[in-house]
Ligand binder design. Structure first.
Ligand SMILES: Cc1cc2nc3c(=O)[nH]c(=O)nc-3n(C[C@H](O)[C@H](O)[C@H](O)COP(=O)(O)OP(=O)(O)OC[C@H]3O[C@@H](n4cnc5c(N)ncnc54)[C@H](O)[C@@H]3O)c2cc1C
Length: 277
């Protein structure tokens, strides 16, 4: 049905002459939604092309790098355009074609397993995914965390090129690499001391793959309410897995004010309180 045609009540137009027409229609229907369309395309055709392009071997070797061979399938998986079984079958077909041993595809199969696991847990826990699964291991009580995200973060003006870059990417594309999600979540919870729920709500507003199970339980893993210790990172780690793209252009990286430029021991001493008995 084209955007100009009359629609049954409650239905939305599905066919557009161009992306511009799609954007104009969405602006009209959802005036409260800010920003332009994400460059990521929906639909089965785009999903099938992305699925055909996966390289599980390269994925296993490079998935932690921002430039690594990650699949970017998550928005289609999230909305049911691709099933996990289809992705698994494509991985098996790649193994057959490439003659590689099964271990070559193990990392990607593991990650599909994480998605499945979080979904099953959500079914069990229901709204419990919004509550701390365990006490925090940060040495700080939950009430010592702010309830709202700070404005400088939301407006991408923290002065830290990495964090501002991630926020802009999240807001304009609706997708972030897994490592960027981990760094940004850790910064929010441990450096800015904001409750993980505020960060989780913000991600769900913007991510095209926004999924309460994968999202909230990953935030809890970073925060330490669903893991044995808080997830912290330092500049070495971020610089290595981003190939230095942010540090090269960051004032804080050169003027000695980068809050991540420290050893893990120093960061733990600065960010974590005394463990509670
Ligand atoms: C703070 C935080 C929030 C997150 N929020 C979401 C979310 O709302 N929705 C979401 O789908 N994922 C979420 N993830 C998990 C992960 O970051 C994304 O699934 C992944 O980055 C999507 O990119 P990709 O398709 O290239 O993944 P790939 O690495 O190519 O993996 C292939 C598929 O496996 C699944 N997968 C991969 N990693 C994970 C993981 N760690 N947990 C669960 N499933 C995984 C996804 O379906 C993904 O599409 C979050 C992670 C963190 C640290």
């Amino acid at each position: 049905m084209r955007s100009g045609d009359s629609l049954p009540p409650g239905d939305l137009p599905r066919q557009f002459a161009s992306r511009t027409e799609l954007q104009a229609t969405l602006r009209q229907l959802f005036p409260e939604a800010a920003g332009d369309l994400s460059p990521i395309r929906g639909g089965r055709q785009a999903a099938a092309a992305a699925l055909a392009a996966i390289d599980p071997g390269a994925y296993g070797r490079s998935r932690n790098h921002l430039d690594g061979a990650v699949t970017r399938l998550s928005p289609w998986i999230r909305h049911g355009v691709l099933s996990l079984v289809e992705v698994r079958e494509e991985v098996f077909a790649w193994l057959e074609r490439s003659g590689q041993p099964p271990q070559a595809a193990a990392k990607l199969i593991n990650e599909l397993g994480w998605r499945d696991y979080w979904q099953r847990l959500w079914r069990q826990l229901g709204d419990g995914i919004w509550r701390d699964r365990e006490p925090l291991k940060t040495g700080h009580a939950p009430e010592h965390y702010a309830n709202a995200l700070p404005a400088d973060l939301l407006e991408a003006r923290t002065g830290l090129a990495c964090m501002d870059g991630f926020v802009q990417e999240l807001h304009t594309t609706g997708w972030l690499h897994n490592h960027a999600r981990m760094w940004l979540a850790s910064y929010v919870v441990h450096w800015r001391r904001v409750r993980w729920q505020a960060g989780a709500r913000w991600f769900l507003q913007h991510l095209l793959d926004g999924d309460p199970a994968s999202n909230n339980l990953s935030w809890q893993w970073v925060a330490s309410s669903f893991s044995s210790k808080p997830y912290l990172f330092n500049r070495d780690n971020l610089e290595r897995f981003s190939s230095g793209r942010y540090c090269r252009v960051c004032r804080a990286a050169t003027d000695g004010t980068c809050p991540f430029d420290a050893s893990y021991e120093q960061l733990q001493a600065a960010l974590l309180g005394a463990p509670s008995c």
